[in-house]
Design a protein around this ligand. Structure first.
Ligand SMILES: C[S@@+](CC[C@H](N)C(=O)[O-])C[C@H]1O[C@@H](n2cnc3c(N)ncnc32)[C@H](O)[C@@H]1O
Length: 514
């Protein structure tokens, strides 16, 4: 075995798995499983299957998910830069599928960076409803925002907040909430050996403190009758079955919706609650049989049973659909825990100042009316579609948001919506995310580049291209001179500015092909 597994981890797993342990252990000798998930916001499945440069094999629990051979390097292809697929560990594709997202839903992805599951939810929303996506770690929200933009998501708000502060702003608001909880990461050991090296027995306790807080806070944001999906990429029952049992005891208005078994996902392990109650520092109270029966309805993806690194998932639904809102209590603590690992609320800057700063409001810029007029004039000249969303301005930046500005007041907002551009010195400059989310039919001018002759890669590297005027496709007789939506094989990549046979490259420096 190449991965060095912590001996305490191995002892625990042997105790838990018994006869199954050897086969579990031998799975660490198997190759890692790599997957991509087709971004159906930009391309439908049939078209991708025809276009795919890689051999694809379906992932049973995710309609848009496919196994690929890791050696094909899917991140090194222009289609990746066009946001046609997201590279994602196969078992990590299960939780968002189980959220049962319907078009028009209000969805919260509470622990979202770098955005794998958020981009999946956005594809399921299909441009409708609202996605609020959040991560408590500011640095990680940069990757989250970038992925939201790369994948052409129009209806997302990106936050960098504590769950408590979001709950204050959005009480009982969301139809669906995903908690892909911070966890001890035991399912990542094969993929990321550092995780194995850093794993310590006590990290499980630290994680349970965070998980308990996040789960109970999420319940306060759920609309009556809504659904929470809780997932981890760890095997520890403290973070999984016990966390859900404790939640159900404290929140009797919730029940587990059993995970379908037809895709190879195996049941939760209620018997491990008994194992935990026998441990020093384990479960403090006994768990009623009725709750144990529900725990069996949770799902486990095991690396020795399915082609995936491992995940736990629980689908929780709030039973009451009445308008009278339930009072959620934290319930009894089942697991002994250390409070010192607790994440505290962020330092309190003046709330309205915080949200304005994050979205660029405090930069000196033109007035709101002037800014919106510039955006509208740009849209009339360069776009051929009515774009939905509430136009919001923060300084000279313009966003189309799925929520009203007041709803974000006091929150640390990374993106209040779809960033469409900025007014500077009286001129509107379109944002890169506007381009990535546009279909070619929505732009007045397009230029299609091909993968085959290397032109697409040259564009992605930031080169200026020589382009004959006849290659700029125009709508409604507009002049080819001006902003052009650049596409690869028909899928949007970014902006260019065409004039006199040259395409000035507007692909952002930080996004370039290296
Ligand atoms: C398992 S990762 C999420 C992976 C992500 N869902 C995806 O699919 O790409 C857990 C995330 O939770 C974040 N996190 C940790 N504590 C948090 C908290 N109290 N509230 C919100 N996010 C938190 C971490 O920064 C981390 O990015």
């Amino acid at each position: 075995m190449t991965v060095q597994l912590p001996s305490v981890f191995l002892d625990r797993m042997q105790e838990l798995l018994g006869d199954e342990f050897e086969v579990f252990l031998s799975s660490y000798d198997d190759p890692k499983h790599a997957g991509i998930r087709v971004n159906t916001l930009k391309i439908n499945l049939d078209s991708f299957l025809k276009l795919s440069p890689f051999a694809l094999r379906p992932i049973p629990w995710c309609k848009a998910g496919f196994y690929v051979d890791e050696r094909v390097k899917p991140g090194k292809h222009p289609y990746y830069h066009a946001g046609l697929y997201y590279i994602q560990e196969p078992s990590a594709m299960a939780p968002a599928e189980l959220l049962n997202v319907s078009e028009g839903d209000r969805v919260l992805d509470l622990c979202a960076a770098p955005g794998g599951k958020s981009t999946q939810i956005a594809a399921l929303l299909n441009g409708t409803g609202t996605l609020v996506t959040n991560d408590i770690h500011a640095e990680r929200t940069k990757a989250l925002a970038k992925n939201i933009e790369l994948y052409g998501v129009r209806n997302a708000v990106v936050l960098n907040e504590s769950p408590e502060r979001i709950a204050r702003a959005f009480p009982h608001y969301f139809d669906k909430i995903l908690i892909d909880a911070p966890c001890s990461g035991e399912g990542m050991f094969r993929k990321d050996e550092d995780m194995a090296r850093q794993w310590e027995r006590h990290s499980i306790e630290k994680c349970t403190v965070m998980q308990r807080d996040i789960l109970n806070t999420a319940a306060a944001m759920l609309a009556p009758g809504g659904r929470i999906v809780y997932s981890t990429c760890t095997f520890a029952p403290e973070e999984n079955e016990a966390m859900i049992a404790e939640f159900l005891l404290g929140n009797p208005d919730f029940e587990v919706v059993p995970v379908p078994r037809d895709t190879g996902i195996s049941p939760g392990r209620p018997e491990w609650l008994d194992w935990l109650s026998g441990k020093n520092g384990g479960i403090k109270a006994s768990v009623p049989e009725e709750i144990k029966a529900q725990i069996a309805g949770c799902g486990r993806l095991w690396p020795h049973q399915v082609e995936g690194e491992g995940h736990f998932v629980a689908v929780l639904e709030q039973k009451s659909e009445q308008a009278g809102l339930p009072a959620h209590s934290a319930g009894p603590e089942l697991i002994a825990s250390e409070r010192d690992g607790r994440l505290r609320d962020r330092a309190a800057a003046r709330p309205s100042q915080r949200s304005r700063q994050a979205a660029g409001a405090d930069k000196k810029g033109p007035g709101e009316r002037e800014t919106l007029d510039s955006w509208r004039a740009f849209a009339v000249e360069h776009l051929r579609a009515e774009l939905s969303g509430t136009p919001l301005t923060f300084g000279g930046n313009v966003y189309l948001s799925p929520v009203a500005k007041e709803q974000l007041d006091g929150l640390k907002v990374v993106r209040p919506g779809w960033y469409v551009g900025t007014v500077k010195n009286g001129r509107f400059t379109p944002g890169h995310p506007l381009a990535t989310a546009l279909a070619p039919s929505e732009a007045a001018r397009t230029l299609d580049l091909s993968v085959d002759d290397g032109e697409a890669v040259r564009y992605l590297k930031g080169e200026t291209l020589e382009i004959e005027p006849s290659r700029v496709h125009t709508r409604d007789g507009v002049n080819p001179k001006g902003y052009v939506l650049v596409t690869v094989d028909g899928y949007s990549l970014g902006w260019g500015k065409w004039q006199n046979g040259l395409l000035k490259n507007e692909y952002p420096a930080g996004w370039r092909w290296t």
